[in-house]
Design a protein around this ligand. Structure first.
Ligand SMILES: NC(=O)c1ccc[n+]([C@@H]2O[C@H](COP(=O)([O-])OP(=O)(O)OC[C@H]3O[C@@H](n4cnc5c(N)ncnc54)[C@H](O)[C@@H]3O)[C@@H](O)[C@H]2O)c1
Ligand SMILES: [Zn+2]
Length: 353
């Protein structure tokens, strides 16, 4: 466990969470000490991580606490109530009691579904996260939002329930495909753009220096921890998104519209790619609205290019506008945009798209 990362999130007396991190993900084993019933819910693509967690436990507190391992397929189609029910059914068949802990091992789809299953099984059991994508490490696995899609509506069903802990280790990213890595990098960069100018510079430098996670050394672990700390701070101050938490939507109004259009046209676009391009559009809008100085968008464009992030939306604004108005956050013809003041600082503006 690294000394520096040990953050507490306390929503209220009952909902407390910890974010921890270490060079090797095997460092999470001691956190399971004293547990009597642990059920792994893992993405099949990272079965190797689940295996190593069990090995690490054998060497420390013992693997006897592992009472079951539930493998799931991950895709947005499988991110459904059916899969959550299948997880609950397997917990029940295995005899999971109300003292059980679910340990989610995988990307955001896995942590969202395992967390949701835990939040409803026997009216709620505890869960913890070992996120294995960069996106889940800096975003999805922190903050307690869990859930599934309903038909074509994304994350329409769910609950906000904090995990016992989230363990962050760049070590698990070794096998993450480069495109998934860059997609997560967009959220990493987003977090710094809204909260830490110095870390932003560092992130652009590191992402420009190497193609893959394993070429980035300790610098990557440090940045993951820094981004997680920023997100944890926002969640701590505003767990139910009554205000500040919406900052995390920087670039997302545009991104959601792009993702909508991509689905309509059958284009292949990841969430992170859309977020990167959405942040450039947000910077352009900030310049036009006068919240940020001229030159910001050009600066971000150059940085993103160097860092291997996409910059220019394939869809024109006329196409994106109707989708933005349908966004679940739009009210009465206006949309709450997150605009830049400068790198590291943002503010809200209600505008007509
Ligand atoms: N709860 C939240 O606050 C929150 C925030 C952001 C996103 N999300 C959700 O997260 C999901 C996206 O998360 P994601 O990008 O992590 O998706 P994901 O879980 O689908 O993972 C992406 C892909 O990488 C594979 N994978 C994961 N880890 C790997 C590893 N270490 N090596 C090799 N392959 C690996 C997965 O099998 C999958 O194919 C979306 O459903 C989104 O709605 C939730
Ligand atoms: Zn996002």
């Amino acid at each position: 466990m690294t000394e520096e990362l040990n953050i507490n999130i306390e929503v209220d007396r009952l909902q407390k969470s910890r974010v921890l991190g270490g060079k090797s993900f095997r460092g999470l084993a001691p956190l399971l000490e004293g547990e009597q019933e642990v059920y792994l819910v893992y993405d099949e693509q990272v079965a190797w991580v689940a295996t190593e967690v069990v090995d690490a436990l054998r060497e420390t507190s013992g693997a006897a606490c592992i009472k079951g391992a539930i493998a799931i397929d991950t895709s947005e189609e499988e991110k459904s109530m059916d899969t959550v029910l299948a997880i609950c059914r397997q917990l029940l068949d295995a005899g999971a009691s109300r003292k059980a802990l679910v340990l989610a091992i995988g990307g955001g789809i896995t942590t969202d579904m395992a967390g949701f299953a835990a939040s409803i099984y026997k009216r709620g059991i505890r869960y913890a996260n070992l996120p294995t994508t960069l996106l889940a490490q800096v975003d999805a696995a922190i903050g307690g939002k869990t859930g599934v899609n309903l038909d074509s509506y994304k994350n329409m069903l769910g609950a906000i329930v904090q995990p016992e802990f989230t363990y962050l280790s760049a070590d698990v990213l070794r096998t993450l495909p480069p495109r998934e890595f860059r997609s997560g990098a967009a959220e990493l960069v987003k977090t710094f753009l809204l909260g830490d100018a110095a870390a932003y510079e560092e992130a652009i430098g590191l992402l420009s220096s190497a193609e893959k996670a394993d070429g980035m050394g300790d610098g990557l672990q440090h940045l993951i921890e820094r981004a997680a700390a920023i997100k944890a701070g926002v969640v701590q101050r505003d767990p139910f998104e009554k205000g500040e938490r919406a900052k995390l939507n920087l670039g997302h109004t545009f991104a959601h519209a792009m993702e909508h259009e991509a689905r309509r046209q059958g284009d292949d676009l990841t969430h992170g790619e859309a977020v990167a391009m959405g942040m450039i559009l947000a910077a352009e809008l900030s310049e036009r609205e006068g919240t940020a100085q001229k030159g910001l968008a050009a600066r971000l464009r150059a940085d993103f290019k160097a860092a291997g992030l996409p910059t220019d939306s394939p869809y024109p604004m006329e196409v994106l506008r109707p989708a933005m108005l349908r966004d679940k956050k739009a009210t009465g013809g206006t949309v709450r945009f997150v605009l830049f003041k400068e790198i590291g600082q943002v503010e809200f503006r209600d505008l007509e798209p």
